[in-house]
Each structure stands twice: as structure tokens, then as C-alpha cells.
Write a protein that binds this ligand. Structure first.
Ligand code: B12
Ligand code: SF4
Length: 470
């Protein structure tokens, strides 16, 4: 699954623009090209790397623009290293920015309100090069935001939940989506919804599924546990071609769930809920977090046993809780003096402990995390689990999805491949090339301190407009 942003931005450029897309998971960005305008989309942990690239490009006279959540929140910091910053959604901002650039009147910050969801255009999937990433499937957005308010989530308090008209989503799938034809057709007519929570509105999800049934497509999505537990809806989703659901279960401890304010994860009848989804031909994969304030030594030690009690299950994601500076959890951690010293934006990658959990020492949380990914992602354990899942349904494409899910489960051990990694904020360096270039270019890393939330720029335009749209 890759970011949809480049294909979205491309759809907002003039029709005669020559566009090249680079995704650094697939290719290095060439440093010797001549572009008039470069848009950067990045996650928090890659801010320093993006600063390096932007500085190199600007030195050669190219115009650079940063956008996305980090850029929007830290626009003053970001504006030092880029020619312009886009705050929030790009639909109104990018065309205005291009007009200004052409008129020689580029502004530093673009903060126009979001457009109505019916104005979101089809993405330029024709620019997707599957030869570069043979495992990629295209992604579609049906909604933005999420109606819930989990305390650790970057959306909470900032982004409102909105849905696109179902007919627009269907039109995009039918007319504009370019499917991955590789792997002997295994990914043909397959896509993923990029939505944070496709089940934010059960009524909308129902209508969407009804409209997807005649399309004969296969898809995956992320949604919350309350929807996974809705049997009728899960059955409908299966009929509409859903084969994969990712749920941020986060924890099997009710105490931890409470501490995260994730009330929609009732954890009721979890084993039966998972089994029912498998039986409908859907793989219900889920993610777990370590280091929450509800975690105890005892819970973390016994977690593999609790997982065994669930029967067939697929943990495809395991990470450390991250207090992103724009979240309510960051404020709690700061108020309680639990932010660790020496945190930089590089540490905000979800695999580096930046805070002291309430009930366990940071070092103990990291040791538990390392042990758990090794145990839960172990090939023998995973193979046993996959075997038990394979026979639960004969739905088309079910078995390949289950096999792929097995590989995903074993991949949760990937962060351990770097043996020098400490997983403790302030101790793991940024990558060598970035470090070297930052020295040469005189760039300093962004420090995340208790004051970082003070520098957060509110997004009044966005918020006002979202309220209006909602
Ligand atoms: C695909 C995906 C990934 C991919 C690709 C990442 C990427 N570059 O987006 C991978 C697998 C790598 C990934 C990894 C992670 N992800 Co992720 N991922 C997603 C997902 C499902 C879809 C992204 C997407 O394409 N969205 C659709 C596009 C169109 O919207 P968008 O990205 O939100 O961007 C909007 C604006 O911000 C703006 N925008 C963004 N960039 C730019 C740039 C410019 C120039 C402009 C003008 C505008 C602009 O335009 C968009 C429309 O409004 C989102 C959920 C979501 N719905 O966004 C989570 C999400 C982005 N991921 C998230 C998280 C937590 C992670 C991980 C930290 C999880 C983990 N612990 O492993 C890791 C990061 C690891 C690391 N080393 O940093 C969080 C937030 C992260 C953040 N820093 O803000 C999200 C929002 C999910 C969630 N609700 O928690 N992820
Ligand atoms: S349900 Fe997921 S996307 Fe929604 S607020 Fe919670 S963590 Fe964020």
C-alpha cells in the first residue's frame, strides 16, 4: 500500500504539465534533474530527509513545496526550508499555487479551505508504474478523517469525517482506476481503500457495498472493531468483494484500550468475531501497540497466550505507541513529565519509544516489543495460524489473501533486522547519507520538546470550513 498523494496532486496540475512521480520506497530521487516545481509529501520521521532534498533542489533554482500533516502543523519551521507550504487539503491550494507561480507571485503559505467532497477529482492512476513496485495495488479514497477521537491519533481534534458521494467512488473505480496486472492476474481488479476508517458511517458503508457488488472487484480496507463485530455488515462487505479488513485493535487489555480512549474497540466476543469474518471470505487482520499507559508487565508477558486463545488470527502490524506532537496523548505525556529527553522528528516513526509508559520502564517496554514481534511473527507460529485460516472459506481470492497475510505477519519482525537499533528516542541516528548532507548543508534536526505543542499552528481556516461542510 502506497501513498495516494502523488496521483492526487497530479490530478490538480494543468493538463499540459509534464509530471514525474518518485516514491522513495521504489526509487532514489535523482538529484540531477531540472524540474520547475517539486511537491513533497512525507511522514513526520522523514522531515530531515525531505529538508535535505529540498535544500539541494533550491540551490539549483527549483521551487519546492511541502504539504501533509507535519508541514501543516509546523508550517513556520517548514517554511524555512521550502519555498511554500500547503496546509491541509490540496484541492483548492495546489491550483492556486500553480497560478501564483506562473504569475511570479508565489506565497509562502497556502491555507485555502477544503472543497466539498463531490469536487474531489479522479486521481491520475495512469502515472502509476507497477513495474517499479510489483506488490502495489491502487488505493481509492471514499472518505477523509474519522468520527472517533482516540487520544494517540494524529486526526483527533484536527480532521473532520466526510464521505465522497458513492457514485463518484464507483465512477473512479470503473473509469479511472488502473489495476495492477502483474503476478499472473493475482492483483487484477483489486484495490485498497486508503480511508482511515471505511466504517465511520455504517449507513454509508452499506450504500457503498451495495454499489460495489455489480462491479466484480476485490478490495481491502481499514475500519474499527465495532464494524467488524457487525455480522450483517461483514456479510454484505464480503458480497461486495471485500477480502481484507485491517483493524487497529491496539491491545487485548481493556485497561489499555481505556487509556487510549478507543471505546469503539469493545473487545467483546473477539474470537467469534474474527472467525466469522474468516468464514465470510474476509481476512480480519489487526494491529497491536506496545507502550500504552494501560500496559503492564503481566499483560505484555502473557500476550502470546491471549492471542492463542483467539484461535485463527492475523497480527499484521505491531509497533510502539507514538506521542505525535499534535495529539492529545502528547499533551498528557508532557503534563505528566513523561516525554523522554532528546526526541527529534526522526523518532516519530512508530517504532521508537518517545515517552515513559505509566506502568513500565521504557527499557522494559522496548524489550517486550522486541520479544513480542519475534514470537508473534515467528514463521512456525504464523504457518500454523495460516493453515487454520485457509480452510475457513472457499470464497474467490480468499486463499491467496490468507497466504499474503502470512507474509505480512512475519514482516512485523522487520524492524529488528537493524541490530544497532535501540528503539529509544534520541539514541538511533538518522540515516548516514542524511546525516552527512545535513552537516554539509548546515541543517539542524527538529527537536521535539515539551514546548513543541506550543508551536503548533492551529488550522482555523480548515476547521471553520470543515465545520461548514459537516
Ligand atoms: C498508505 C499509508 C501508509 C504507507 C505510505 C505512507 C505515506 N506516505 O502516506 C506506509 C505503509 C509506508 C505507511 C506507514 C506508516 N503509517 Co501510514 N498510512 C497510510 C494510509 C492508509 C493512506 C495514506 C494515503 O494515501 N491517504 C490518502 C491521501 C490522499 O491523503 P493523506 O495522506 O492523508 O494526505 C492528505 C493531506 O495531508 C494532504 N497532503 C499530504 N501530503 C501532501 C503534500 C502536498 C505537497 C500537498 C499539497 C498536500 C499533501 O493531501 C491529502 C488529502 O487531503 C494513511 C491513512 C489515510 N487515510 O491517510 C495512514 C497514515 C498516514 N499512517 C499513519 C501511521 C501512524 C503510519 C506509521 C507511523 C505506522 C507505523 N507505526 O508503522 C507508519 C510510518 C512509518 C515511518 N517510518 O514513518 C497515520 C498518520 C501518520 C502521520 N505521521 O501523520 C495515518 C493517518 C493512519 C492513522 N489514522 O493513524 N502508511
Ligand atoms: S479509529 Fe483509527 S483513525 Fe479513527 S481516531 Fe481512532 S486511531 Fe484515528
Amino acid at each position: 500500500m502506497q501513498s495516494a498523494v502523488p496521483y492526487l496532486l497530479a490530478s490538480l496540475c494543468p493538463p499540459d504539465a509534464e509530471i514525474e512521480v518518485y516514491n522513495e520506497k521504489e526509487d532514489d530521487i535523482p538529484l540531477d534533474r531540472e524540474w520547475d516545481l517539486v511537491f513533497f509529501s512525507y511522514l513526520h520521521a522523514y522531515y530531515e530527509h525531505t529538508k535535505v532534498l529540498s535544500t539541494l533542489f533550491r540551490r539549483r533554482g527549483m521551487v519546492t513545496v511541502a504539504g501533509g500533516r507535519h508541514a501543516g502543523h509546523f508550517r513556520e519551521d517548514v517554511a524555512q526550508y521550502f519555498d511554500a507550504v500547503v496546509v491541509g487539503e490540496p484541492e483548492a491550494n495546489v491550483p492556486q499555487l500553480i497560478r501564483d507561480l506562473e504569475a511570479g507571485a508565489l506565497q509562502r503559505v497556502y491555507d485555502l479551505p477544503p472543497v466539498e467532497t463531490c469536487q474531489i477529482r479522479p486521481y491520475r492512476w495512469d502515472l502509476m508504474d507497477y513495474a517499479k513496485n510489483r506488490y502495489t495495488v491502487p488505493v481509492i479514497e471514499a472518505s477523509r478523517g474519522c468520527p472517533f477521537s482516540c487520544n494517540f491519533c494524529v486526526l483527533t481534534g484536527w480532521e473532520r469525517y466526510r464521505c465522497r458521494p458513492v457514485e463518484d467512488v464507483v465512477r473512479d473505480i470503473q473509469m479511472h482506476m488502473k489495476f495492477n496486472q502483474g503476478w499472473l492476474g493475482a492483483f487484477d481488479r483489486t484495490f485498497t481503500f486508503a480511508d482511515n476508517n471505511l466504517g465511520g458511517s455504517p449507513a454509508y458503508l452499506r450504500a457503498l457495498c451495495e454499489a460495489l457488488i455489480p462491479l466484480d472487484v476485490y478490495w481491502g480496507c481499514a475500519l474499527t472493531y465495532n464494524i467488524l463485530a457487525d455480522r450483517e455488515l461483514v456479510q454484505l462487505m464480503a458480497r461486495a468483494g471485500c477480502r481484507y479488513i485491517y483493524t487497529g485493535l491496539e491491545s487485548l487489555s481493556p485497561e489499555a484500550i481505556r487509556s487510549m480512549k478507543k471505546r469503539q474497540n469493545t473487545l467483546k466476543d473477539t474470537a467469534q468475531t474474527l472467525r466469522f469474518a474468516f468464514q465470510q471470505g474476509i481476512m480480519p487482520s489487526f494491529g497491536l501497540l506496545v507502550g500504552s499507559d494501560g500496559d503492564t508487565e503481566d499483560y505484555l508477558r502473557r500476550l502470546p497466550d491471549y492471542l492463542d486463545d483467539l484461535g485463527p488470527h492475523a497480527v499484521t502490524f505491531m509497533a510502539l505507541v507514538c506521542p505525535y506532537p499534535e495529539t492529545p496523548y502528547f499533551r498528557t505525556v508532557v503534563e505528566e513529565g513523561r516525554l523522554l529527553p532528546g526526541v527529534t522528528s526522526r523518532d516519530l516513526d512508530g517504532y521508537t519509544l518517545c515517552h515513559r509508559p505509566k506502568n513500565i520502564e521504557p527499557e522494559a517496554a522496548i524489550e517486550h516489543y522486541k520479544r513480542l514481534v519475534n514470537v508473534v511473527g515467528a514463521p512456525v507460529r504464523t504457518a500454523r495460524n495460516v493453515w487454520s485460516q485457509l480452510w475457513l472459506s472457499d470464497a474467490p481470492r480468499y486463499k491467496p489473501i490468507i497466504l499474503g497475510g502470512g507474509l505480512e505477519t512475519t514482516s512485523i519482525r522487520a524492524p529488528l533486522a537493524n541490530r544497532e537499533r535501540t528503539f529509544l528516542a534520541g539514541h538511533d541516528p538518522i540515516e548516514a547519507w542524511d546525516r552527512q548532507m545535513m552537516l554539509e548543508l548546515g541543517l539542524k534536526p527538529q527537536q521535539i520538546t515539551p514546548r513543541s505543542a506550543d508551536h503548533l499552528v492551529d488550522m482555523p481556516t480548515q476547521r471553520r470550513a470543515l465545520r461548514k461542510v459537516a
